[in-house]
Each structure stands twice: as structure tokens, then as C-alpha cells.
Ligand binder design. Sequence first.
Ligand SMILES: [Zn+2]
Length: 263
Amino acid sequence: MLINQTEIKSYAIKVIKKYNLSYPLDIHGFVSTLGFEVRFVDTGKCDAYTIIVNGQKLMLLNQQIESQSRINFTLAHELGHYFIPEHMEPIYACNIDELEPGNRTVNKKEEKEADLFASELLLPSRFIEKKSIRRLQDIISVAQTYNISIPAVAIRMMEYSYDNVAFVCCKNNKIEWYATSLGFKEHLILKDLNRLSIPELSLMNKCIENNSTISKGKIPAYVWLENMDSSSYIEEEALYYSKYKTGYILISADDLGSIQYLV
Ligand SMILES: [Zn+2]
């Protein structure tokens, strides 16, 4: 099930040009300009439906979706079914994955394509291609500007960044997933700690213990990276939302000169 990412992104870029869209995108306004009626209803197990019958255009969104960034992504996903030429069905029942467009989900091809379309429509690649990632705030400010979730922006920015950074998402004191930058992939290997407890020396534990929001400092490189000796250090920045038991970690190994590899 291969998805032509370039082609799907090009559909979003065509739409942006054709409708002369400005950013941050008013997705609600755009959807209604196109003649869609949007209703929030009980959609059962689905996140949303798009129904186009007899010229009538309807989007049904799950009324349990609360966050504005999630609603925006859902609307943009539904527009994917409207604009991607191969998507010809009159009804799409959608399960949306904001975090893994084109990646490892079990979702159907059309769903992944609509996810990919949505992420490009809401945050065109050209806005993030040249942005550097030095600290978490670099990711957060993009998320706030475009009203997209922090993890979704982190994944997108990692796809282009040559800074040696990795983004780790933690939930309930465990590591949920991580994304590494292009630069990081070239030089370093992150330990595979998926689904495991947060490493003891990670500053995230400090945040959780002290119920503090943010913690930043140097920690031994071997905490996160493979093949490091004990005299190498990396920067770690941890951000914790106790209400959601969710934390984000930015690992920065940009001072590569100071890192001693084990050979
Ligand atoms: Zn869909």
C-alpha cells in the first residue's frame, strides 16, 4: 500500500494556490466557502463523515472531539476526500490520525492520503522547511501560530530539520513514541525505549516529581543514545502537562564535537 506523498502534497498546494489561501488558515471559513455544512453529532466509532450527495455537501464530526486543533485537522482531512481526484466515493467514514500521516498506522490508504493532505493544507511544508529547532519553544510557537497540536508539528518539523534533535512523547510515565530529525538520523541512534519507562536520569522525572512544567539541562548522552561513552553529554528539555499526564522531551545533540563515540 504505497502512498505517493509528493503527489498528495501537490494536491494541497494546488488548492492553496487556486483559492489563494492565507495563513494561519481559517479552515472553518474555507469549508463553508466551499458550500459544506458542518454538524457535530454522535458519529459512533468514527471521527467524522463526509457526505456528498445530489450536490449537497455535509461533514459530520464527532461531538466528542474537544480540542480546536483536532477539529481543524478533521475538517482538513475531510477536504482531502473532496479534493484528491481519486477519492470519488459519495460517503467517507473516517478515522483520523493526525500524528502519523503516511506512516505505520493500520488505516486505509484513502485515510492516510487524507491525513497527509490535511497536514500539508494546515501547515504547508514551505513554512517549516528552513526552521531550526533549538528548543521546544521553536515547535510550540509553530503549533500556536497554526493551531495544530504540538506532537503533530514536531513530527512535521523533524522531517526537514538538520539540527541533531529528537522529540519524545511520554504518557503515564512511559515513552509513547519518538521522532528524530534528518540530521539526527545521519549521525546518531536513539535507544529504542518505546513503551518503556522514562530513563531514570531524564529531566522529565524531575518535572513529574516536582509537578513543574519545564526542566532543562545537560544529561549523559548514554541515557538516550546508543554507543556513547560516559563523558558525553546532551541537552534535554522536558515539558510536562500534569493534567493530561503527558510530556514532551526535546533531545539536542548539536554539540557533536563534544560527544565521544564508543568504537
Ligand atoms: Zn477520511
